[in-house]
Ligand binder design. Sequence first.
Ligand code: NCD
Length: 305
Amino acid sequence: MTLKKDLISIKHLCKADVEHILKRAESLEDVARGERSLDLLSGYILATLFYEPSTRTRLSFETAMKRLGGTTIDLGSIDISSVSKGETLADTIRVVEGYADCIVLRHPKEGAAAMAAEFTSKPLINAGDGAAHHPTQTLLDLYTMKRESKLEGVKIALAGDLKYGRTVHSLVFALSMFNAKISFVSPPQLAMPDGIKNDLTAMGIEFEETEYIEDVIDDIDVLYMTRIQKERFADINEYNKVAGAYRIEAKYLTGVRDNFIIMHPLPRINEIDPDVDDTPYAKYFEQSFYGVPVRMALLLTLLGK
Ligand code: NCD
């Protein structure tokens, strides 16, 4: 196991670690659904600190903890915590480590989780740091591919905001472990950053780039849609130029592969028409559920259970 105290970036995991977590998640799916009870984390407390909005990540961590017999404490809205009085992140972490056995942190600043982990001896999980990393989303994305389509050798298109989307930044590094063939689909101004493309090239990972989903849709196993990250644009006019750049509708899905699926970390804005929800390809709600067994497996691993 290269996974030691914290999970900050997917880059810190090796393929064996990822496979271990995905396998354990599979054995926990019935517990995640409430069909079997398991109290391995009874007496343990998880602290959730979200300095940016969240629905799925925070609630699925809470569900994971509670399904395993543990409990959670939550910083709540930053307006009503001491953050609004000017407390530093380092001080908040030093306080919270006295209350909890594990800390989940989401923060708008890149590098915040790595910095915070230095102020606590308790396991710290990065639930998103700015546009940089979102490793637990990546683990559940990989799990979804494995369960619903294919993972080893998957042909995948990542579409939408590849510049600011932290989910895709984390995901490409994990895909590199599974011999994926990757297409990047974005408007030129939202292309995957050069630094990440250079890293992929150095690792010998194949990728292609296009502006159009129709160039790739019939020849892929997975279409991974993303939201344009409005909150990360310095100039709202730049956002308005690309808002609504993509919208998948059921009528575009007539020539797709048999094992084709559509994923999305959610929330969706308008990039997937609701008429896609009733097709067999829509797997984004399953994907959000899989966050529970995957986060259960991660919590058990980090807490040595
Ligand atoms: C994502 C995030 O926060 O990066 N949401 C999530 O965790 N499921 C994606 C997004 O906000 O677009």
